[in-house]
Each structure stands twice: as structure tokens, then as C-alpha cells.
Design a protein around this ligand. Structure first.
Ligand code: UDP
Length: 481
């Protein structure tokens, strides 16, 4: 066995575009800033075109190895919750992760797993590796997850008090909390209990954004007893748009718009609206008279059994059918005002563009951070999972977002409210504080990530631990001089 002189880390990513991005970005940072080498193990089933492209471009950048673990063929009954799906897929991948690590000529010094990979911590133990859990979300989400096994029954309409954190209103809790009967609930308890068995948690946030929650891990007695291990806030870690050889039509259009004049509307890699909501959104944008870019997907009609997650993404859609879902004449009337992009847009490029000034977002954490690093205020439009918790934090605690009065996953938000919200974040005087907050966070995100900043230092601590472990592995195992 050879222990390389340069520390080598293994990272494990669970399926899905939104899960893969932060893991790849973390690997990139460890390699480019801290001179590590890395292998990213990927579990993937039915990768979307965007996911495949992401893997391809990461592989061709040649910064680290990408190892796609053998595909496990699983079929789930349609009602299976998303936590269970993820947990089972990750569990099935464990034997091949184990044999891949055992077969590596260069033994990694640490294994970094994401939320759904915590069962792999045992494998790291076996190979004398350090182990970290990478929460590609925020500190509030981490607090909720580790406290979940101890929460007991959540009283309807009572806010959840996470020790040392701001209360979370009942209706805004991560939706897993509402389904104690689901297998996913038990899986989530397991994950909450496994996180503290690692050497540390890495979380994609920073002090200025979530100072109070981060502080609870260090100084609240109950939270300290629950989390047990150090929490390293290393964010904001986001994908930066690669410099494209050729510009897409939407970016060419953005080039012609005034600075901070365009609102970008998108609901993540899988979010969809209902038919009625799509119509109200169109009218709201048109009435606001603000420029827009809107990623439109075929709507699903809302009913109790319908999922708000669109699973069969097809990037090749020519968008020919999109006008079918929009009010009559919308595209013609708004041809000077905005652009509708079917299915999938180059989001990072759009948010990084100087012409973009606001975003209607589902509050997925990647999208949220992509907005914040570009100083963009948000209209929170949470649809599922922990997005409601994120929206609460962004509006109430951080003050960088506004949100509709009703929950978009439960009611149709009317055109007048949309019009008002868009005008507020883009131009109205009442939105000035929110716009200012977004700019402040942009600056603070840059500051903490540069040398000497809190997030830079937090990652450097892990780097040091890994280097120490490489040395001790060398002393123990290295038989090659
Ligand atoms: N995204 C994109 N184009 C789209 C929609 C989404 O590039 O049309 C990217 C977006 O930039 C973000 C990711 O998909 O990096 C979505 O991750 P997030 O955590 O926001 O939400 P999820 O899709 O996981 O719910």
C-alpha cells in the first residue's frame, strides 16, 4: 500500500444535480487552493442531461478523478418518499464503494460524504481514514437534522425550537417532519444519529449569514451534546460559470439589457408549477413591467397526489410546446420585456451577469448561494423538502428575501401579488434594504472565502487534520520508501 505524500481525499456524492454540484466544488477547492488530490465517487441512477454534462466537464478539467460507482437498478413504488429513495440508493452503492477504496493504490486520508452518504462512515473507519459529513445546505438545516432524532412528536401549529436557534414556524418545517409514518422519517433519524460519528461536519454557509445558528453548535449546551463534533462553516461554495466559447441566445439578450434590470425566475433542477400558477406567474411578470428570464417547464396540475418535482427532464425540448401553457399572446406581448427559456437555463451565467437584478427562486441552497454571491435579492418560492425552512431564514432572519403570503406549494399566488413582489425587489423604494442586504452579503461572502477569512480558515483546519492523518498513515502503512 502506498500513502501519497500529498493528501488524497475521497468524496462521495449522492444522486441528483443539486447534490453533485457542491461535492464537485468542494473537491475543486481542495485541489486548487489546498494542493490536495481527490477522487469523487458518484452514485447516479438515470442521470439527467445536465448531470451527465456536469460529470463530463468535471472529468475533462482533469483536476481530480471521478469514479462513477456501478449503477444499481432499483425500482421504487411511486409513493416512496425522496429521503428513502436516496438512502436506499446510497446503501446499495456501499459494497462497490468499499471495494473501490480497498483497490486504490493511493489510500485516501479522508472520506467526505454528503447527507445521504453517512452509512459510508463505517467504511472510512475500516481504512484508517478521517471522515467528514458535508452538509451542502445551511446551518439551520444541519441543526434540524442532528436534532431530529430527539425532537419527539411535533405539535401542530407550534413553532419548532431548535436549541440556540431561531424558532421555525410549524408550517415551514422540512416536510420530512410531517410524515412519521414514512420510511424516510426513520432514515432521517438514522442520518441525524450518524452525523456525530464523523470527525467533523462541513457546512456550506458562513458566519455573517448564520452567526446565531453556528454559535449554537459551540455554545448551546443541548446543541453541543447533540452535535458532539466540530462544525466547519466553509461557504459560500458555488459553481462559477465556465467561460463559454459561444454565448447562448439568452446571454446575448442579457448583454443588451441595462444593469440590474432583469428578474430571473427558476425553481431549481426539478421544480414545476401548476397550470394555474404558470398563468398567474406570466401575468404577474407582464404586469410588473420588469424585464425577465423565466425557465418554464410543463406544469403539473396540483392535486394531493401530484409531485411538485419534475423527474423526466429533457434538455432537448425545443420549447415549441411551452406557449401552450402561457396566457394567449403572452410571448408576443412580452417579446421586448423578457425571455422564456424552456426546461433549463445557464443559471450561474445568468445570475453572474450584471443585467440580472433579482430572482424568483425555490430557495434550494445552491440557487440561494448563487444569488447571494452575486448580490441578488430573492423572492422565495419554496416548493418542497427544506425549501420552506430556507425561505423563512432568508426572509425573517437574514432579510435578503421576501415571499408570498400563502405557501406556493399549497395555494396559487395571484398575479397582483407577484407583480408587487417583483417591483419591490427590483425597483420600489421599500425594496431598498433587501437589495442593500444582498450586496452586503456578496461582499462578506467574498471576504470570508479569501485567505484569512473565516471560511478559508475553517477549510484550512480540515486540511491540517487530513495532512496529519496522511503522516500517521504513512508511518503505519507505507512500505514503499
Ligand atoms: N440550474 C441550472 N439551470 C436551471 C435550473 C437549475 O443551471 O434551469 C442549477 C442551479 O444553478 C443550481 C442547481 O441547478 O446550481 C439547483 O440546485 P438547488 O440546490 O438550487 O436546487 P435543487 O434542484 O437541488 O432543488
Amino acid at each position: 500500500m502506498v500513502i501519497p505524500s500529498k493528501s488524497h481525499v475521497a468524496l462521495l456524492a449522492s444522486p441528483g444535480f443539486g447534490h453533485l454540484i457542491p461535492v464537485i466544488e468542494l473537491a475543486k477547492r481542495l485541489v486548487t487552493v489546498h494542493s490536495f488530490s481527490a477522487t469523487v465517487f458518484v452514485v447516479t441512477t438515470n442521470p439527467s442531461p445536465a448531470e451527465s454534462q456536469l460529470l463530463q466537464s468535471a472529468a475533462s478539467a482533469n483536476l481530480f478523478d471521478i469514479a462513477v460507482l456501478p449503477h444499481v437498478n432499483l425500482t421504487f413504488p411511486p409513493e416512496t418518499d425522496i429521503v428513502t429513495r436516496m438512502a436506499v440508493m446510497m446503501r446499495e452503492a456501499l459494497p462497490s464503494l468499499h471495494s473501490s477504496i480497498a483497490g486504490m493504490t493511493h489510500r485516501p486520508t479522508a472520506l467526505i460524504v454528503d447527507l445521504f452518504g453517512t452509512e459510508a462512515i463505517k467504511i472510512a473507519d475500516e481504512f484508517d481514514m478521517l471522515k467528514y459529513v458535508f452538509i451542502a445546505s445551511n446551518a439551520l438545516f444541519l441543526a434540524f437534522t442532528v436534532y431530529f432524532p430527539f425532537m419527539g412528536k411535533i405539535e401542530k401549529d407550534e413553532p419548532l425550537i431548535l436549541p440556540g436557534c431561531n424558532p421555525v414556524p410549524f408550517e415551514n418545517l422540512n416536510e420530512i417532519a410531517f410524515h412519521p409514518e414514512a420510511q424516510g422519517y426513520q432514515e432521517y433519524i438514522r442520518i441525524g444519529l450518524e452525523i456525530p460519528t464523523a470527525n467533523g461536519v462541513i457546512v456550506n454557509t458562513w458566519e455573517d449569514l448564520e452567526g446565531k445558528t453556528l454559535c449554537s453548535f459551540k455554545s448551546n449546551e443541548i446543541m453541543k451534546a447533540v452535535i458532539k463534533i466540530p462544525v466547519h462553516a466553509i461557504g459560500p461554495l458555488v459553481r462559477r460559470a465556465p467561460s463559454a466559447d459561444s454565448k447562448s441566445a439568452v446571454i446575448e439578450w442579457l448583454d443588451m439589457q441595462p444593469n440590474e434590470s432583469v428578474v430571473y425566475v427558476s425553481f431549481g433542477s426539478g421544480g414545476t408549477l401548476t397550470t394555474q400558477q404558470t398563468i398567474e406567474m406570466a401575468w404577474g411578470l407582464e404586469l410588473s413591467q420588469q424585464r425577465f428570464i423565466w425557465v418554464v417547464r410543463p406544469p403539473i396540475d396540483y392535486d394531493a397526489s401530484a409531485s411538485l418535482y419534475f423527474e423526466s427532464k429533457d434538455d432537448k425540448s425545443d420549447g415549441g410546446g411551452i406557449s401552450r401553457y402561457l396566457p394567449d399572446g403572452f410571448l408576443a406581448r412580452t417579446s421586448d420585456l423578457g425571455r422564456v427559456v424552456p426546461m433549463w437555463a445557464p443559471q450561474e451565467e445568468i445570475l453572474a451577469h450584471p443585467a440580472t437584478g433579482g430572482c424568483i427562486s425555490h430557495c434550494g441552497w445552491n440557487s440561494t448561494l448563487e444569488c447571494l454571491v452575486h448580490g441578488i435579492p430573492i423572492i422565495g418560492w419554496p416548493l418542497y423538502a427544506e425549501q420552506n425552512m430556507n425561505a423563512t431564514m432568508l426572509t425573517r432572519d437574514i432579510g435578503v428575501a421576501i415571499r408570498p403570503t400563502g405557501q406556493p406549494s399549497k395555494v396559487t399566488v395571484g398575479r397582483e401579488e407577484i407583480e408587487k413582489m417583483v417591483r419591490k425587489i427590483m425597483v420600489d423604494k421599500e425594496g431598498a434594504t433587501i437589495r442593500l442586504k444582498a450586496k452586503e452579503l456578496q461582499k462578506s461572502g467574498e471576504k470570508v472565502s479569501s485567505k484569512g477569512g473565516s471560511s478559508y480558515d475553517a477549510l484550512s483546519e480540515i486540511v491540517k487534520e487530513c495532512e496529519m492523518n496522511t503522516l500517521s498513515q504513512k508511518a503505519k502503512f507505507d512500505i514503499v520508501p
